[in-house]
Design a protein. Sequence first.
Length: 262
Amino acid sequence: MTSSSLSFRGHVVVGGVLECVTGLHVGGNRDSLVIGGLDLPVARDPATRLPVIPGSSLKGRLRALLELLRGGPRDGETFDPVALMFGGRGKDANAGPTRLVVRDALPLDPHTKARRPDENTVNWWRMLETDGLGTEVKAETAINRITAAAEPRQIERVVAGSRFTIEFVLSVFDRYDDEERLLKDLIVALALLEDSYLGGHGTRGYGRVRIHLHERPAVVSRVDYERGRKRAEPSGELKTIDQIDADELVKSVRDRLAEGTA
């Protein structure tokens, strides 16, 4: 199947905040080799030098967790629903384009409409006495299992309490697509992430996160785009994953998609 044989119905934009419950290490590139410098720095925006969470890192982790849960196509399914959402090759490519876009997660800054001062993460970082803007350096020692030699290393991680904006865009088409499955799979993957970890060294306490999503996703239908309607933003109260009524969420999105296909 080619993309041209699919009929686009609309986009569903799910947005919210990712909160670091413990220190987070999503690795970046070392700018230079310095004696006594960091062994494992975090990913940073090259323009602002602020820590970021690349969308590729978040998307890859969500996919891996959902694949562990689902384990491939179920009885009667002709394609892998995880590949439908995250992208696939071979026979899974017949379902068409990847349905899920994951944006880079950026730290909440003074320009964000925050309800509490601590939600302005960038300002909060500036007040902290840490090793770097928004980060701390954790010294660890690995033990060589053969020689018993100690191998010290310094790992940079985003400080606990930091908050990042997150956004997921789901593309809905008329074939294979079921907005209920797409939305519920995204919610399940985020719940799995909360009970697992994001980034590196998670089995040693790093990377525990908490997800807060706006209760109303933005829905932009095909008709909305054709009429030149501006992009809507997710709205409403921020809710934790366990507070979200997935069935009510699906009903709201389905009704708005239906209105835009008439």
